[in-house]
Design a protein around this ligand. Structure first.
Ligand SMILES: Cc1cc2nc3c(=O)[nH]c(=O)nc-3n(C[C@H](O)[C@H](O)[C@H](O)COP(=O)(O)OP(=O)(O)OC[C@H]3O[C@@H](n4cnc5c(N)ncnc54)[C@H](O)[C@@H]3O)c2cc1C
Length: 291
């Protein structure tokens, strides 16, 4: 299949992209890595009148450390994240997660902004944005706004982003010292979208969990945090009985769909198993970093 005809604008600045989006009156699409957009154009699931190519906007592709945040430009490629020394130092859970996204050729093109804006229900980056409490910076002709990741993902393939808005950057607040992490995913083949995946961080203080974060993908229309399980964990060491109760709470907090790839029951069971493994790894790392 070939896409329907469209005009093409190669933006070289954010302002140029914003002006092109505004002029198109809702009929434009942003082209980033093209790994999700181009197949949708070819299948004619989308027929934008204009493509606004943002690949020429150099200052959208930076990873920068500021005082309390790591800022990641929307055009940062998946492979850049995977191999960034700054990301490895501050968010090894994110470096690890990126190795599970598709295949190297796709990771060389796919971008942070594209993955978050596309919001596939089984994608890794939206789950990591939720886990790491990312703040998303969004620009349009009427100015900029900042949104928390938990407000951004509305439904499957649906985010809080207008047709004339562009996601320019995410800010990831640094994690407290003595924070360990775990990441677990099951896919049919390496590089496929997850049947289910779990990312967790645990912060240790005086032998107990001071902060717990558990995020899941592939188990519903949007990524989710398992808030009840997180609350159960705080104030205690991760003992076997507590881990089992946390796993039960994770399973109770999700309502996965059945589809071609897996039943709802299987996904729920899997999510619990993966959460147990991710929590055990996070606790082990949190205590190792305290030594
Ligand atoms: C075979 C295959 C396997 C894959 N496997 C996985 C996987 O396992 N896990 C995973 O997470 N992903 C997977 N992907 C998707 C891949 O990660 C894409 O990179 C990602 O979904 C889209 O990023 P992109 O930069 O290519 O965006 P594009 O395809 O260019 O754009 C996607 C959508 O986002 C919009 N958009 C892009 N950038 C912005 C922006 N800055 N602001 C506002 N809107 C924007 C576009 O207009 C479009 O609607 C796979 C893709 C393929 C082809």
């Amino acid at each position: 299949m070939k896409p329907a005809a469209f005009d093409y604008i190669a933006a070289t600045t954010i302002d140029m992209a914003i002006a092109a989006l505004a002029a198109a009156g809702g009929e434009a699409k942003i082209l980033a890595g093209g790994q999700s957009l181009v197949p949708m154009l070819n299948f004619r699931l989308l027929r934008p009148s204009v493509l606004v190519d943002i690949n020429g906007i150099a200052d959208l592709a930076n990873i920068e450390e500021t005082g309390s945040d790591i800022r990641v430009g929307a055009l940062t490629r998946h492979y850049q994240l995977e191999t960034s020394a700054i990301i490895a130092r501050h968010f090894p859970v994110l470096s690890c997660a990126m190795t599970h996204v598709a295949h190297l050729a796709i990771r060389n093109r796919g971008t942070v902004g594209g993955s978050l804006s596309h919001a596939d229900p089984a994608a890794e980056l939206p789950m990591l944005a939720l886990l790491l409490e990312a703040k998303l910076r969004i620009a349009s002709a009427s100015g900029t706004r900042t949104l928390a990741a938990r407000e951004f993902f509305l439904d499957a393939l649906t985010v809080d982003l207008g047709s004339a808005e562009i996601l320019t950057e995410i800010a990831l607040p640094k994690l407290p010292p003595r924070t360990g992490w775990g990441f677990e995913e099951v896919a049919r083949r390496h590089g496929d979208f997850a049947l289910a995946a779990v990312a967790a961080t645990l912060t240790a203080s005086d032998g107990a969990i001071a902060e717990a974060r558990i995020a899941l993908t592939g188990v519903g229309p949007t990524p989710v945090r398992a808030a009840d399980a997180e609350a159960l964990l705080v104030g205690h060491a991760l003992e076997d009985g507590l881990a089992v109760r946390a796993i039960d709470a994770v399973r109770a907090s999700i309502a996965p769909e059945s589809d071609l790839h897996a039943s709802s029951d299987y996904r729920r069971h899997l999510a619990g198993v993966l959460a147990g493994r991710a929590l055990a790894a996070a606790w082990q790392r949190a205590n190792a970093s305290a030594a």
